[in-house]
Ligand binder design. Sequence first.
Ligand SMILES: [Cu+2]
Length: 182
Amino acid sequence: MAAKCLAFVVAGCVAVLAGAALPETKVEVKKTHICCPQCEKAVAKVLEKAGVKGAASKDDGKITFSADDDKKAQKVLDDLAAAGFHGDTGNKDLKIKDDSGVKEGKVTSLTLKGAHNCCALCNKAIKETLKKVDGVDSDDAKAKSDTIIVKGNFDGKAVVKALNDAGFHVATEKEKEKPKDK
Ligand SMILES: [Cu+2]
């Protein structure tokens, strides 16, 4: 009986040690735009390419994954952003970067690239988001096209923020021309 108890304690210790020996960074990205199985698949592709385990769910708009360490986790977040997904990690250090390159101030036209827009539902969400921004008159967002030209008289930053808040990561044309370090 005593030996059996000891065995349990030892097994418990081994399990704890094994867990500690494999540090990993778990990330939960909330408020992303995941509206359909195609969106889920797009995220799964990014995670698979990065070599991390995780998933996206259209039910709660969350992307969850675990990486070996913070550095790797940040790289995955950068990859998700490059694929057009934006979201909130609730973490100041590990987050989807504010790298749109948009300038402060009013503009009459703004070309944005990189948004995840895989289907009519995505497109509808983008259009509805843009419509709500002060001074936006029109946009040419189309499903399956990642370029959006927004027209009107509006604050470019407000447009980018609205899209980010809706779960879409975008960048101004200039920013996208920079070579990506992969
Ligand atoms: Cu879609």
